[in-house]
Design a protein around this ligand. Sequence first.
Ligand SMILES: Nc1ncnc2c1ncn2[C@@H]1O[C@H](COP(=O)(O)OP(=O)(O)OP(=O)(O)O)[C@@H](O)[C@H]1O
Length: 301
Amino acid sequence: MTTWYEDAFRPGSEIRGKWNGRVYVVERLLGAGSNGVVALVRRGTSRFALKAGRETVDHQSEINSLHALSLTATTFKHFLVEVDDMIVQDREVPFFVMRYIEGVRVSDYIHKHGQDWIYVIGSNLLKKLTELHRCGYVFGDLKIENMIVSKYGHVDLIDFGGMTSKGRAIKQLTEVYDRGFWKAGERVAEESYDLFSFAILMMKVLDVRDRFQNIQHSLPQNREVEQLYPILRDSRAAARIAPFLQRALNGHWQSSEEAYQYWKRLVADQKLTPSPLNFPWLKICFAASLLLFCATVYIYW
Ligand SMILES: Nc1ncnc2c1ncn2[C@@H]1O[C@H](COP(=O)(O)OP(=O)(O)OP(=O)(O)O)[C@@H](O)[C@H]1O
């Protein structure tokens, strides 16, 4: 049995917007989640991510969030490119086009480049959250799957279906990242809600012994964040940011700006930077300049 989108999203297929008439050529499918199908598409020489969804309410809510953010003077400006409908099997399917973000999951990035990159990635993710919070929103469903890491630890958020205006009830969540699941606070859109998920995300990435697996399946009445603390002792990187993570889990900060300042101080005080060994181009440049220096000395001596 084929799914509704298989034909429409086959590489090389054309997607034509019913109202705006723009045509996109599908390069490949990027993912199919509970709220829609996302494909990498091309129009002229530009590449975009196109998300189509049949769950109209959730889809519209994500469009509203992206539309609001795209109008702000932040790094989210112009993230949403256009909104239209397409016809698939004689039915109208709504879609929107957004900026395409090239990169990998944070866990894959850390696996490839080393745990020390968590200091840069954490800082960049906090910066993104502070931007979003300053605009009056909370991301809501912050998790590994909803962020993309590109070169030099640059971070982008994707999937804004859970974005909620401050003060409202959280509308989309993933249990293990939700402070309600850990009996650590209410499901209300506050900056501290995202900071809690941020701490869980960091711990999941640094969970070298896979402790999350067992703890998240423990009985709800026994579940509490203290059960996660052993993860903070399992690796050097986790131990170094432990003071931040414990505070975030305990709702210490009312604002992400305060949390971001604390993170920056913690990282600077301990001189936490990714190992230079992870910059192969640095070694190449150093060797090349040494060679050039020797050649110059030889020629002019
Ligand atoms: N702007 C983007 N740039 C690059 N890739 C993207 C972008 N948006 C989404 N993707 C890719 O498509 C996948 C599915 O997207 P998304 O998470 O928005 O769908 P979803 O239906 O809401 O999923 P979920 O069920 O996990 O909530 C993502 O995991 C990611 O790999």
